[in-house]
Design a protein. Structure first.
Ligand code: GLA
Length: 385
């Protein structure tokens, strides 16, 4: 990322005093659509993020310039001041959610840019929320802990961006640690860092560069299906708080009370919980064959039961299988975006070349390729003027 371009733009618009903050996007090895069901996720922060130069401006106004959109947005801090630019609503939302919780960030000027590919399922929006949440907390000494900062980002999505997301993306962006994945129990928010350095393997993302319309409303609909299945199970088993707490047997008991669609969604979530646990065990033993097998299991579930895959993603998954890739699956919310692949080093070149050629032949463009580097979470960069 060209930090100099950000600070220079800031200087030209707002002056010389500034601090630079960054917060990354994320990958997720396994545990998809489990966060809002109280299950486990297994994400890590990546070496791509949002970078913002920021400084208090002594007023109650916020002035933010987006280098990527080449657009300046100015707005106040009250509910009626919502900016019209879609990208600025993420920043407005963070400020609003802080204020709703009784914190009092004041006005600021900022310039930001990012290198998380948009719509690729790497959580550029969580990176944006986390950058500003972390920065405002630091600049104004608000004393908010990182869990609450993550919730502030999540509520921003819910209340200002229309996505009823779980906590995974904001958590990963804030808590990321170089070389480590994190296993998070989303029901209790307990988590562990797992060193992740699969010797002899590479982790690579293949981005279909498609983002299907209505992804947010389809996402919210999945969540409703899960909540519906869960409430039926809870009626019979009071001890169940989240769908991820339920067993397959409990789901079978209520099968006739819910739609076939809701049943399939719940079946996927309950299966996914076990797959994450299997992957954690397998990683501790260096058993990458099992890790990969469960990744394919997740892809199958997301494609056939949860129905959040698409032709492009299924196509890439099939190519991975043909090329002997150890594990491959759609990553993130789905409906487009990328696959995450665990591939032996010696098979890497052939896999990438084959995927590019076949995908191009079928869909008229190549997928984008991103090698994954697991990196640190939100932080202030040692640049100030
Ligand atoms: C999106 C959401 C997350 C999570 C994933 C699917 O990235 O923001 O909360 O639900 O989809 O695992």
């Amino acid at each position: 990322m060209n930090i100099k371009a950000i600070t220079e733009k800031f200087n030209s618009l707002f002056g010389n005093e500034l601090c630079v903050y960054t917060s990354p996007g994320r990958v997720n090895l396994i545990g998809e659509h489990t966060d809002y069901n109280g299950g486990f996720v297994f994400p890590g922060a990546i070496d791509k993020g949002i970078y913002a130069a920021i400084n208090p401006n002594g007023s109650n106004k916020i002035r933010v310039y987006s280098i990527d959109y080449q657009s300046l947005s100015e707005f106040g801090m009250n509910e009626e001041d919502a900016p019209k630019e879609a990208w600025a609503r993420y920043i407005f939302g963070v400020v609003r959610e802080m204020r709703k919780r009784g914190f009092d960030p004041r006005g600021f000027d900022a310039v930001f840019a990012g290198d998380v590919p948009l719509g690729a399922g790497m959580s550029s929006s969580a990176a944006l929320e986390s950058t500003f949440a972390f920065a405002l907390n630091d600049i104004y000494n608000l004393g908010i802990d990182k869990f609450e900062l993550a919730r502030i980002g999540q509520s921003t999505e819910h209340n200002y961006c229309g996505v009823k997301c779980g906590i995974m993306d904001q958590f990963a962006s804030l808590f990321g640690k170089k070389g480590h994945l994190m296993r998070l129990n989303c029901a209790t928010m307990e988590f562990e860092y797992f060193p992740f350095d699969p010797k002899g393997y590479k982790v690579v993302l293949l981005d279909t560069v498609v983002k299907h319309e209505l992804a947010s409303s389809a996402y919210n609909k999945r969540r409703e299906s899960c909540e519906n299945a869960c409430s039926h199970i809870k009626a019979k088993h009071q001890e169940i708080n989240y769908l991820s707490d339920a067993s397959s047997k409990m789901l079978e008991e209520i099968k006739n009370e819910i739609s076939e669609e809701d049943y399939m969604r719940a079946k996927y979530v309950i299966g996914e919980k076990q797959r994450v646990l299997d992957v954690c065990d397998a990683l501790e033993k260096g058993d990458y064959a099992t890790v990969g097998d469960r990744m394919y299991g997740t892809h199958y579930g997301m494609s056939k039961e949860y129905e959040v895959s698409c032709n492009e993603l299924d196509f890439l998954n099939d190519i991975a299988k043909e090329c002997g890739v150890t594990g491959s699956r759609v990553m993130g919310g789905g409906f487009g975006g990328c696959t995450i692949n665990l591939v032996k080093e010696e098979l890497y070149d052939n896999f990438i070349a084959t995927a590019k050629e076949k995908f191009n032949k079928r869909f008229g463009h190549e997928p984008k390729v991103y090698d994954v580097v697991i990196s640190d979470g939100a932080r202030r960069l040692a640049i100030s003027h």
